[in-house]
Design a protein around this ligand. Structure first.
Ligand code: TYD
Length: 215
């Protein structure tokens, strides 16, 4: 069953956090809980698995060299494609009443690219995307950068461009700056992710339920 009947719009919920913050685990947990309630949920992520997203991943891994400003534009372009492409564009899904959960959205751009340029520029570069679809809720899982780096090292041997402690601290601080800057027009919850995973999952579940329209 869809979350919204009678032609009402769906909901768009975004998960944000620095690398290793446990977003993917929490998205999986919340999606399972929602499906257990016999509700439909569509999960997705950025950078996408599409043409632009795949190009971006090659740049993040260092396989293709890229200027940071160009990379920031590519993320914005990947996001536009995610929103409006004919096959599975998110804007239409929301219009048709679907619940969509997305791993990263424009706050990732504000936080990651503001390392290299003015955050206002990044916000501006994403303004068309924001006009097309603003999340009903952005869940930020806030975990100590040291803990995140440990988790990443335990899982993988090859680290990506942004997976270094100083960078992770800076990105976390940029996230908090962006939340403060946009708090009047965005709905954001910051969740202490340094707690046991099930406890974090329960807090997230309660927040997400507040966003879903009553049956
Ligand atoms: P991530 O969610 O870590 O993907 P995976 O778990 O598959 O590695 O995202 C990849 C990286 O992309 C991450 O370091 C953050 C970065 N990123 C940006 O720099 N800008 C953006 O707009 C987005 C969406 C991600």
């Amino acid at each position: 069953m869809q979350i919204s009947g009678n032609g009402q719009r769906g909901r768009f919920i975004v998960f944000e956090g620095i690398d290793g913050s446990g977003k993917s685990t929490q998205i999986q947990m919340i999606s399972n809980r929602i499906r257990d309630m016999k509700l439909q949920v569509y999960t997705t992520f950025e950078p996408t698995a599409g043409t632009i997203g795949s190009l971006i991943r090659q740049m993040l891994s260092g396989k293709i060299k890229i200027d940071q400003r160009t990379l920031a534009f590519l993320f914005a372009a990947d996001r536009m494609d995610h929103l409006v492409n004919d096959e599975n564009g998110l804007r239409e899904k929301i219009d048709q009443g679907e619940l969509v959960i997305c791993d990263r959205y424009y706050f990732s751009s504000y936080a990651y690219h503001a390392q290299h340029m003015d955050m206002e520029w990044v916000i501006h570069a994403n303004s068309l995307n924001a006009d097309i679809l603003r999340p009903d809720l952005t869940v930020f899982i806030d975990v100590e950068p040291e803990t995140c780096l440990e988790r990443i090292k335990n899982n993988r041997s090859d680290l990506e461009m942004y997976e270094k402690i100083d960078i992770m601290k800076k990105v976390r601080s940029n996230y908090l700056t962006a939340f403060e800057r946009l708090k009047d027009i965005e709905k954001i919850v910051v969740i202490d992710g340094n707690q046991p995973v099930d406890h974090v999952g329960d807090i997230i579940f309660r927040e997400v339920m507040k966003t879903i329209p009553p049956a």
